[in-house]
Write a protein that binds this ligand. Structure first.
Ligand SMILES: [Mg+2]
Length: 382
């Protein structure tokens, strides 16, 4: 079998799908995108595509190494997201060619179901109580919300109180019948992270995500030393080589590689195994589309340390399209009591509505995250 063609489709809400065709008629789908830089990743996919046209799609390991090591400069969000989508599509082709789901090719099931969580409350946490009530009716009992709005390097007690008030209200309303993680979204710098984590401890969040940016990863072990709350990070780390440093330095209880950013299934399978060796849990990042989610699920079902799966149903970013809008076999993504089941169809197990993809890619949105500023005019982290 030979790879013959790569076609990309940028789509609402902020996604990109990749279709890889072969000379035997088997087609694979991937989701190479970095949120807000879809066009850059698209260019990278086609540049990397020149290396793989005419190649045997079954040689995923060799193709991965060629795409990663075959050029002198490598790594980072753009190139690794491009490799990720290509890698996903190759696993889809391999599974379809052999007639088995991808989790079988990775050694088979290690669990029967995986817990999913839902986002609640948007960019600036609001209406969280109502949001949780509605989602509980749909079977969720685990949630994630942004931990705060803009936070200065040194900020005032009112900002801290506002962040704590949201969490206190959740615990007062729902007690311990639900769990929730708090995503600091890299908005918080080390001095305020120390204060916020201390004040949040009594409310027992499930984890604190990106308490500081990955660029300040040296603070993960320092923050972990001051708290018993689990610290999570990883959506802005792009390979084993990024993860090895945080694993070796300690501090993280949960790693969150993104299957569309950190080298795809091939690389995240290895990252999961590295994390297991350090007694660190896996919770793949996935505020993206169905192919990215399917890739995450295949990993969750073979990695013993997988604990939770993010998914984008109803997420505040999904303006103009929802998670399953381009999927034919929507029923395979049905959750029971907040758990996903294994995707049983060959390959990634996602049947793409190609007509709809083509139609919706005619006029794709060019999504970018907002640029936030402090009241004094300086740029804030979003
Ligand atoms: Mg996050």
């Amino acid at each position: 079998m030979k790879i013959t063609k790569l076609t990309t489709y940028r789509l609402p809400p902020r996604w990109m799908f990749l279709k890889i065709e072969t000379d035997e008629g088997i087609v694979g789908w991937g989701e190479p995108v970095i949120e807000g830089k879809a066009k850059s990743v698209e260019a990278a996919v086609h540049e990397l595509g020149e290396y793989i046209i005419g190649q045997d799609p079954a040689r995923i390991n060799d193709i991965w190494q060629t795409l990663y090591r075959g050029s002198f400069y490598r790594g980072g969000p753009i190139l690794m997201s491009a490799i990720s989508g290509i890698d996903q599509a190759l696993w889809d082709i391999k599974g379809k060619a052999l007639g088995v789901p991808v989790y079988q090719l990775l050694g088979g099931l290690v669990r029967d179901k995986i817990k999913a969580y839902s986002w609640v409350g948007g960019d600036r946490p609001a209406d969280v109580i109502d949001g949780i009530k509605k989602l509980m009716a749909g079977g969720f009992d685990t949630f994630k919300l942004n931990g705060c709005e803009e936070m200065g390097i040194i900020d005032n007690a009112r900002k801290v109180d506002a962040a704590i008030a949201v969490v206190a209200e959740i615990r007062a309303k729902f007690g311990n019948t639900i769990e929730f993680g708090l995503d600091f979204h890299g908005r918080v710098d080390a001095p305020m992270a120390k204060i916020l984590i201390k004040e949040l401890e009594p409310y027992r969040p499930l984890f604190i995500e990106e308490p500081v940016l990955a660029e300040q990863a040296e603070y993960y072990p320092r923050l972990a030393a001051q708290t018993h709350l689990p610290i999570a990070a990883g959506e802005r780390m792009y390979s084993r080589f990024d993860f090895k440093r945080v694993l070796a330095d300690g501090g993280l209880a949960i790693v969150q590689p993104d299957l569309s950013h950190a080298g795809g299934i091939t690389e995240c399978f290895k990252i999961a195994a590295m994390a297991e060796a350090y007694d660190v849990a896996l919770a793949p990042h996935c505020p993206l589309g169905p192919i990215a989610l399917a890739s995450c699920l295949h990993l969750d079902f073979v990695a013993r340390n997988a604990v939770l799966q993010e998914q984008s149903m109803g997420i505040h970013y999904n303006q103009g399209a929802e998670l399953l809008d381009y999927v034919v076999n929507k029923e395979d993504f049905n959750m029971v009591d907040g758990y996903f089941s294994p995707l049983m169809k060959p390959g990634l197990g996602v049947e793409i509505n190609e007509e709809k993809v083509i139609a919706c890619s005619k006029n794709p949105p060019d999504w970018h995250n907002p640029v936030w500023r402090y009241s004094d005019g300086a740029v804030a982290e979003w």
